[in-house]
Design a binder for this molecule. Structure first.
Ligand SMILES: Nc1ncnc2c1ncn2[C@@H]1O[C@H](COP(=O)(O)OP(=O)(O)OP(=O)(O)O)[C@@H](O)[C@H]1O
Ligand SMILES: [Mg+2]
Length: 436
């Protein structure tokens, strides 16, 4: 059985990977990250040598999205159409469907233990793909029974009669199969809105992928996913968290605070227009004070006053407005990780990504609040992809591409879709049915 899809790197980093570890998707495909502040689209194919090649791309300001969810269909449609259209023109192709990020509908992780009787003679019988499908289906039912829509159903581990910690039970004998499932589910109304929005753009959803999982795919190295690491994708309207351990995605969480809240705090605190607050943040922002902060005076236009009417504020004032919001965010992440009860596995290493992690001093502050090593994670460079996409703000969209190129993870030969046509929703649920 394969492990989770590997990072796709264009530069030569050592011995060639075995063929089964290379991206194996054929044809042209597109991915779309609909973020709160920006929309990014990549169109790619896997070259004959197994490397990914980007054929078209675009990114632009996001519209009609708040806190990761679509709140204005018309505006969101306009932005998505323009973004995808530009990428399509560059790739000289038209997309019918796309793989999109999941940040809407307050996605959350649940763990279910499912018991499946094989209805076998005393000595048992071999576990089949059908048994796995039934176990995964049961996981979906459990989530639906709680009024949620399951998007990912991933087996973490199996137990066969009295044998624990079985990774792939297929072909092994038993009478009872126990599975520990990690289900990521969301509120269904937000998903329907996402579907409606993409339909307006003449796009079908091929699959929907947890945004922080995608960010983890593009920024964590294999060893980090193996020994246990947590990726924190600090975006505009949300901070999304995904923890990996032993090459599996074991937990995700979302905090609905991001960079736009920091900007809004600055705008309010300094009575300055939002656009200027954003500029102040990206040019002069910091989460740590320095001795010069009292002396450095920054020009600040006041809301409603003429542009030339500038006030001067010490840089320390800017830092003192930014810092509490970042502390609040990181403390919320710490609480979510503690609530998960998985801190032994998730906290070994923290990787920050997303546009909002670019504030100077953030890794240091995060290390203090979360109590672990922290680094900033950037996506790898991919053939044909502009340099800007290797910035932290593009971790999700490049992760979606890597995910798409690998067509999901393990058990991809188990197809729970067998048996008739299914709705887009079932198709997308099923696409991500397996563990990473
Ligand atoms: N140099 C910088 N310093 C501080 N913040 C920055 C910098 N560059 C970008 N940001 C902030 O990053 C945020 C956008 O990040 P990103 O593009 O990852 O978010 P998004 O994907 O649109 O949002 P979300 O994932 O929450 O839906 C903005 O709030 C922006 O102000
Ligand atoms: Mg994002």
């Amino acid at each position: 059985m394969n492990d989770m899809p590997h990072r796709v790197l264009t530069h030569d980093t050592g011995p060639p990977e075995p063929d089964h570890m290379r991206p194996h998707r054929s044809g042209t495909f597109g991915v779309l990250d609909i973020g709160t502040t920006k929309i990014a689209c990549l169109i790619a194919r896997v070259d004959s040598d197994g490397e990914l090649r980007v054929l078209g791309c675009d990114w632009r300001q996001g519209l009609g999205v708040r806190g990761g969810s679509i709140v204005d269909l018309e505006k969101a449609e306009r932005a998505i159409r323009a973004c995808v259209g530009q990428a399509e023109n560059m790739a000289d192709t038209r997309l019918r469907d796309v793989i999109v990020n999941l940040t809407c509908g307050q996605p959350g992780s649940r763990i279910y233990n499912v018991k499946w009787s094989l209805d076998a003679p005393a000595e048992g019988r071999p576990v089949t793909d059908h048994d796995i499908r039934e176990v995964l289906r049961e996981g979906r039912h459990l989530s639906q029974a709680e009024g949620r829509e399951p998007v990912h159903v991933m087996p973490l581990t199996f137990a066969l009669d009295n044998t624990d910690h079985v990774v792939d039970p297929r072909g092994l004998y038993c009478s009872t199969l126990d599975a520990r499932l990690h289900v990521i589910d969301v509120s269904s109304s937000s998903l329907r809105s996402l579907e409606a929005c993409l339909q307006r753009c003449d796009l079908e959803i091929e699959a929907i992928v947890s945004a922080p999982m995608a960010a983890g795919m593009s920024t964590l190295v294999d060893d980090e996913r193996e020994i246990g690491s947590t990726i924190i994708d600090m975006g505009g309207g949300t901070t999304n968290v995904a923890s990996f351990f032993e090459n599996q995605l074991i937990h995700t969480a979302q905090i609905r605070i991001g960079g736009v809240h920091v900007t809004a705090d600055l705008a309010k605190g300094l009575s300055t227009p939002l656009a200027h607050a954003e500029r102040l943040k990206t040019l002069w922002g910091n989460v740590e004070t320095s001795p010069d902060d009292e002396r450095d005076m920054l020009p600040v236009p006041r809301v409603g006053e003429a542009d030339h009417h500038l006030a001067k504020v010490p840089r320390s004032m800017v830092v003192n407005i930014i810092r509490p919001r970042i502390e609040e965010t990181l403390e919320a992440v710490r609480d979510k990780l503690a609530e998960s009860g998985l801190s032994h596995a998730t906290g070994n290493r923290i990787v920050l990504t997303g546009g909002a992690c670019l504030l100077p001093g953030l890794p240091h502050l995060a290390s203090r609040i979360l109590g672990h090593d922290v680094r900033v994670g950037r996506p790898p460079s991919i053939r044909g992809m502009p340099e800007i996409f290797t910035g932290p703000a593009f971790a999700t969209v490049t992760g979606l591409l890597i995910w798409a190129a690998n067509e999901g993870g393990t058990f991809h030969d188990v197809d729970p879709r067998r048996g008739g046509r299914q709705s887009w929703f079932h198709r997308l649920v099923n696409f991500i049915r397996d563990r990473v």
